[in-house]
Ligand binder design. Structure first.
Ligand code: ADP
Ligand code: ADP
Length: 229
């Protein structure tokens, strides 16, 4: 359960400026595929298209063999979880923000997810910019801490398909290492699309796809790509 397929996908935000020019790849159920490439190559666009935030001009995108145009937005969202580059938090406790991944989760499951993502000590606080009814101000979380909330939410949700868009980019290298282990844990045996701009962060991927100027410039394992330089 959970395969993803892009078939000759063409997409442009602005018709005069194509972003994806015929992109085809498959993420087999349970495998991890990494998309790497320079900034502006269209990597994040791929994940937005998978959620149908935009419609493609031609080609097709399918999940479990079903064209996503024939799937409801609800089932699409239920099937996928994304750790985005920038996480927007709701005006509620960090605990609620994590629980949003799966409202029916128990307190214990929520706390375990918070621990795995190393955000445990903050769960009773409000995020920055918000104020409680008794006038308590929210805590100013760093970009990395917000990202950990998003990671905890996704760990709790445990969706069949996981999309990690530069998921550890806002973390310092010490926490990046530990959070990466937590992410490896959730992505094991789960269909995972990893978006990264450094090859060194996607060593374990089953296949690495290099996207450049809207086309797949290269593909292979970490070893074969390194060997080719
Ligand atoms: P990457 O993730 O590889 O850095 P993106 O997919 O974010 O690249 O963006 C690909 C190109 O599309 C960039 O040139 C970017 O400026 C442009 N782009 C991204 N989002 C939009 C948008 N909402 N409207 C118009 N252009 C956009
Ligand atoms: P559900 O309530 O069924 O869990 P969500 O609305 O939370 O569905 O969406 C599912 C996933 O899609 C979440 O992991 C969330 O991070 C991501 N997502 C939803 N909307 C957006 C958005 N506008 N931008 C980025 N990610 C989004």
């Amino acid at each position: 359960r959970g395969s993803v397929r892009f078939d000759n996908v063409h997409f442009a935000y602005d018709p005069k400026r194509p972003i994806l020019k015929g992109v085809s790849f498959e993420v087999p159920a349970g495998k991890t595929i990494a998309i790497v490439g320079p900034s502006g190559a269209g990597k994040s666009t791929l994940s937005r298209l998978l959620f149908r935030f935009y419609d493609i001009q031609s080609g097709s995108i399918s999940v479990d063999g079903q064209d996503i145009r024939d799937v409801t937005q609800e089932s699409l969202r239920a099937a996928m979880g994304m750790v985005p580059q920038d996480t927007v938090l709701f005006n509620d406790t960090i605990a609620y923000n994590i629980r949003y991944g799966r409202i029916a989760a128990s307190d214990e499951e929520m706390r375990n997810a918070a621990e795995l993502a190393q955000i445990g000590p903050f769960i009773q606080t409000l995020p920055d910019g918000y104020e409680s009814m008794v006038g308590e101000r929210g805590l100013k979380l760093s970009g990395g801490e917000k990202q950990r909330v998003a990671i905890a939410r996704t760990i709790l949700k445990a969706p069949p398909i996981l999309i990690l868009d530069e998921a550890t980019s806002a973390l310092d290298s010490a926490t990046e290492h530990e959070i990466q282990s937590a992410l490896d844990l959730v992505s094991r045996n789960r269909t995972t699309l990893v978006i990264a701009h450094r090859l060194s962060t996607v060593i374990g991927a089953d296949e690495i796809i290099v996207l450049k100027d809207g086309v797949i410039a290269e593909r292979g394992t970490h070893l074969t790509l390194l060997a080719r330089g």
